[in-house]
Design a protein around this ligand. Structure first.
Ligand SMILES: Nc1ncnc2c1ncn2[C@@H]1O[C@H](COP(=O)(O)OP(=O)(O)OP(=O)(O)O)[C@@H](O)[C@H]1O
Length: 252
């Protein structure tokens, strides 16, 4: 199976305390990979190891290797052979638990990263904005209100905008850290619907606390406990229907 990530002996510590203990795993290119585990098991830290976000925190230390399918081949993300950090962050998009719009209009939220990161001209950026907002089913809802402050939209709309803003940069891999945790059921379902469509286009690696969501979206599952992967399996291993959630719960 083609991989989007190959992780070998990954250890991460903060202030001398090791929180990931030699993780070795492959993440397939196709199908959503879901990271599950109890609170504090290291899911977010593992996700952040992929775009080197752990480095932004005080007291970080890491060893091991991570190779990602970015820029048309498998590339190390740590060490002297790695592309520069800006390039890595652009290639590995991330959507966080709560929407994080810039304190600007929705249009500026979408356009600025395209102009500043990709150097697109205004017309091109506007076109890309529309396409990405359509991808997340938001265009028709917001097209007449693009100059309104991003924070004035609903939480679900803001989160879809954040997803669109990340997708507009055309990342090679998309990381999702509990992307629906702050949303109501209906908004969460909308995001799930769009993630399901995106999986054909881009590798998605997602942390989720919702077993129902994991069952709905996951193709590959990795269960973490105390900084280690303790179980890995494919969708086919899940029992049918809601029994899948009981099965997953028992593994956590
Ligand atoms: N920036 C940081 N500084 C210090 N310790 C950290 C930092 N980030 C994570 N940790 C520690 O690493 C361990 C794993 O945390 P992490 O957030 O990765 O777990 P998680 O499984 O994502 O938890 P949750 O489901 O509650 O979000 C925890 O003990 C946490 O306190």
């Amino acid at each position: 199976m083609e991989n989007c990530a190959e992780i070998r002996g990954l250890c991460v510590s903060f202030n001398g305390e090791e929180v990931l203990h030699g993780i070795t795993t492959d993440i397939p290119r196709h199908g959503i990979t879901v990271l599950l585990g109890r609170s504090g098991s290291g899911k977010t830290t593992l996700l952040r190891a992929l775009n080197r976000l752990n480095e932004s925190f005080a007291g970080y230390m890491g060893t091991g290797t991570v190779r990602l399918a970015i820029g048309g081949g498998m590339k190390p993300v740590y060490g002297s052979e790695a592309p520069d950090l800006t390039r890595i962050r652009r290639s590995v998009g991330m959507v966080f638990q709560s929407p994080n719009p810039l304190p600007l209009s929705l249009r500026k939220n979408m356009i600025l990263p395209l102009e500043l990161t990709l150097g697109l001209k205004r017309d091109e950026a506007e076109g890309r904005m529309e396409k990405s907002l359509r991808d997340v089913g938001l265009w028709d809802e917001v097209k007449d209100r693009l100059n309104r402050h991003a924070a004035s939209f609903s939480g679900g709309q803001q989160q879809r905008m954040c997803l669109a803003r990340t997708l507009a940069l055309e990342p090679d891999i998309l990381l999702l850290d509990e992307p629906t945790a702050s949303l109501d059921k209906k908004s969460a379902e909308l995001i799930e619907e769009h993630l399901k469509k995106l999986e054909a286009r881009i590798p998605l690696i997602m942390v989720s606390h919702s077993l129902a969501q994991a069952r709905k979206l996951g193709a590959h599952f990795k269960i973490l406990s105390e900084g280690r992967i303790i179980n890995e399996f494919e969708r086919e291993a899940l029992p049918r229907g809601e029994a899948a959630e009981v099965f997953l719960e028992e593994l956590l």
